[in-house]
Design a binder for this molecule. Structure first.
Ligand code: ZN
Length: 261
């Protein structure tokens, strides 16, 4: 059976709608599909539009975005960091979200001279989680998509708090589709910049798996349906420059493209 793939699109009349990909069409939903588990108001409609006549937006609409730092040994090592003993969590604001095909805007060199790409698998939460066990948290995952945890490396080191190093406008490309039912413990993830392979990892190498990360967060912060967790980046992070074309891919999740300005 094909996996369910969900998108958020702008239709020809300018409306923004969630939908399920069905061949060349998008079958529109009345509301965000991750709300279906808890609300009868979120359901598939009979409206169908050709996908080619829509614009693909980021498929998420979270109350919050969290990231996991140093969740791959080889990446922690490449930046000279210890491997954390518990998940190292940080926030990215929803205002940092960027649609697929969008443009990451670099700040002036006087603000930061080193902006890195970090290709990551992003998880979308399907049910409210508070004090959840790893098994319950894993069962509450709605689906997975692709993301880039764009990071101003010099500000990350200088500031202590990572609010602007990881939170500037456009620093969180996410998409293009949320795919349900994938094996989160065995997802490849790659990053190609201007045709050159920079990162090539697999979630099998994560230090803290998805269930453990979500359970840990839910001890302190309630996770709501639709919240997004960036699960960490494998080794190979590197600088972005104006004019770069970035492609983040994972075989079952598709391809996330963006440019740099
Ligand atoms: Zn990251």
């Amino acid at each position: 059976m094909p996996l369910d793939r969900f998108v958020r699109v702008a239709t020809a009349d300018g409306a923004v709608r969630f939908g399920r990909v069905d061949g060349d069409d998008v079958v529109l939903w009345s509301d965000a599909p991750w709300l279906a588990a808890t609300s009868g108001a979120a359901r598939e409609t009979t409206e169908r539009v050709p996908r080619a006549r829509t614009t693909t937006l980021t498929p998420v609409a979270p109350t919050k975005i969290l990231g996991v730092g140093r969740n791959y040994r080889a990446h922690a090592k490449e930046l000279g960091n210890e491997v954390p003993v518990e998940p190292l969590i940080f926030y990215k604001p929803p205002s940092a979200l960027l649609d697929p095909g969008g443009r990451v805007v670099l700040p002036p060199a006087s603000v930061s001279e080193r902006i890195d790409h970090e290709a990551e698998i992003a998880i979308v939460v399907g049910r409210r989680l508070r004090n959840a066990s790893p098994d319950d948290a894993l069962a509450a995952v709605f689906g997975a998509t692709l993301s880039c945890d764009v990071t101003a490396r010099d500000l990350q080191k200088k500031d202590g708090q990572w609010w602007r190093a990881k939170g500037m406008d456009s620093f969180c490309p996410v998409g293009p589709e949320i795919v349900c039912g994938v094996d989160l413990a065995r997802l490849p993830i790659s990053c190609v910049v201007n045709g050159e392979l920079r990162q090539n990892g697999n979630t099998a190498d994560m230090i803290f798996d998805v269930g453990t990360v979500l359970a840990h967060v839910s001890r302190f912060v309630t996770l709501e349906p639709g919240d997004v967790i960036l699960t960490g980046t494998p080794e190979g992070v590197g600088p972005l420059r104006a004019g770069d074309a970035v492609e983040i891919a994972s075989e079952p999740l598709g391809l996330l493209r963006f440019d740099v300005a």
